[in-house]
Structure formats: C-alpha cells, structure tokens
Design a protein around this ligand. Structure first.
Ligand code: SF4
Length: 276
C-alpha cells in the first residue's frame, strides 16, 4: 500500500495498492498526480524514503515543479557492496568546457559511450594510465579502467539533488518517518494488516474504506479542536455548522472513491453519526 499524506493535518490525499512485485519507485509520479486531482493543485514538496530516490523520480519532480525531499538511492548505497572502499564520484571534477572528468590524480576521463535506455554518457580513463596509478585499488576493480556516468539531464538533476541534500529536506525526511508510521498504524485498527488472499481488487476497496475512515477522523479531530478553541472564547462554532462542514467534505471525498461508492457511503454515514 502506498499513500500520499498531507503534512499539516495528516489527511490521506492519494492511495494505491499494488502487488509486492511492483517497484514502488515507479509509483511516485502517479501518486503526485492523484494528489493533484484530489486537491486541485500540485504539492510543493514531495517527501519520501530513499527507495523513491531514482533519477526518474527526481526528473519527474523537476518537470512537475515539485521539490523532491528524498535521498538518492545512489547516495544511500554509497560505500556498500561492490562499491565499498571505492572512490566516490564526488572525488572527480566535471569540466564543462572539455566535457570530461578530472580524477584525483589529475588524469582526464573522456566521454565514450551513450546508453540510450538510461540516457547516460559514460566517461572513461584509459587502462594504460590507470594501470600505473597508485590509487588503482581504491579507484576501480574493472579491468578496463575507471568509468563514470553522467545523465543527459544532469544539470536539472544537480538542482534536485541540491534540494534533496538541504537542511529542510533532512528535517522533512525525519518528520515523514513518524508521520507515515502513524498513518499506517491508525489504519491497523480497521483491519489494515489482514489482507492476505483477499485479491488485489478487494484490498483496494479495503484501503479506500480505511483511508476514508481515517480522513473522517481527521475532520472530527480538527472540528473538536475548533470547538475547544471556541470554548476558550477564541472562536464561535456550533455543532450544526460542524456537521454541515463534514458533509461538504464528505461529498468531496466520495467523488474520489469511485470503486466502492456504496460501501464508502455506509462507512461515511456511520462515522458521521458517531461524530454527531
Ligand atoms: S586509477 Fe585512473 S582514474 Fe583512478 S585516480 Fe588513478 S589515474 Fe585517475
């Protein structure tokens, strides 16, 4: 299950259910578009975990004018696995004039190939040069010498990576952890964890209902806050005004949930009665 949750009131603005084999990194753009359809405008910032930190997602956010506050997969995996002990890409300097990289030993890595599928250029140093270098063990394990990749849209990617590395981004990523945990934990009260063997289409209905109930509870909490503020003399609010406010918002919610209108309606009515 994948959700988009608003930061201020923790309203679930978009949700989708897929089988475990689907790469969740591919769901960011559809979730952002679903959020836009629900809210009538695009999110300003998208916060996610590093599994979403693909080049495709950074560029999708750039195209949608959304700041991407998520760590890149490449950065998260740096220094692990086969790359352990290998000089990172940041040790090399890119020279725009000559379109080449300069390595820590001052050697030039020239542009060689273009990978059409990945939209990346490959830059390589000759093995003749690398073979004599005292940093060879720390630089590469390849028999053909050190190589680096640079994306066709690297300039846009650099802008997005700068946003992703900002202090605000780190703060948002920390906040996201407990915000999302809370959203899923609240869903577990409505049987969220029991979805095995139900088939995907039924689990989709289950998730839509769960999200609906959770959103209604957010409205209830928000209205309660308004009432307590009114009691403190800060604002005047009446029960009937709150109920009509729920109804207005329920109409908006219902329009999103085309898959199970009757079930959603019943759940909404039940929650509404409890709220009153
Ligand atoms: S191994 Fe090659 S690319 Fe790496 S530092 Fe030495 S000369 Fe430069």
């Amino acid at each position: 299950m994948h959700r988009a949750v608003d930061e201020t009131h923790e309203v679930i603005t978009a949700t989708t259910v897929t089988s475990a084999s689907v790469n969740e990194a591919n769901l960011m753009a559809p979730l952002l578009n679903a959020h836009k359809r629900t809210m009538g405008k695009m999110a300003r910032v998208c916060v996610a975990d590093s599994k979403y930190g693909t080049i495709g997602n950074y560029l999708a956010c750039y195209d949608m004018k959304v700041k991407g506050h998520f760590e890149s997969i490449e950065k998260a995996h740096r220094g692990h696995g086969v790359r352990k002990g290998i000089l990172p890409k940041e040790s090399f300097i890119y020279r725009r004039q000559s379109d080449s990289f300069i390595c820590p030993e001052g050697e030039e890595l020239k542009r060689r190939n273009f990978n059409k599928n990945r939209q990346q250029f490959e830059y390589m140093a000759s093995m003749k040069t690398c073979g004599k270098c005292h940093l060879l063990d720390q630089c590469t394990r390849s028999k053909t010498g050190r190589s680096l990749k640079r994306h066709l849209r690297q300039n846009e990617l650099d802008i997005m990576l700068e946003h992703a590395g900002s202090k605000q981004s780190q703060k948002d990523i920390r906040k996201r952890q407990h915000l999302m945990e809370r959203s899923f934990a609240r869903g577990s009260r409505y049987g969220f964890k029991r979805a095995r063997w139900r088939r995907l289409w039924r689990v989709k209905i289950q998730e839509l209902l769960t999200a609906t109930v959770q959103n209604i509870l957010v409205y209830v909490r928000y209205a309660k806050d308004r009432r307590s503020r009114a009691a403190a003399g800060l604002r005047i609010s009446t029960t009937s005004a709150s109920v009509s406010w729920y109804r207005r918002n329920l109409m908006r919610l219902r329009s999103q949930l085309n898959h199970a209108p009757m079930l959603v309606e019943r759940a909404c009515v039940m929650e509404l009665k409890t709220a009153r």
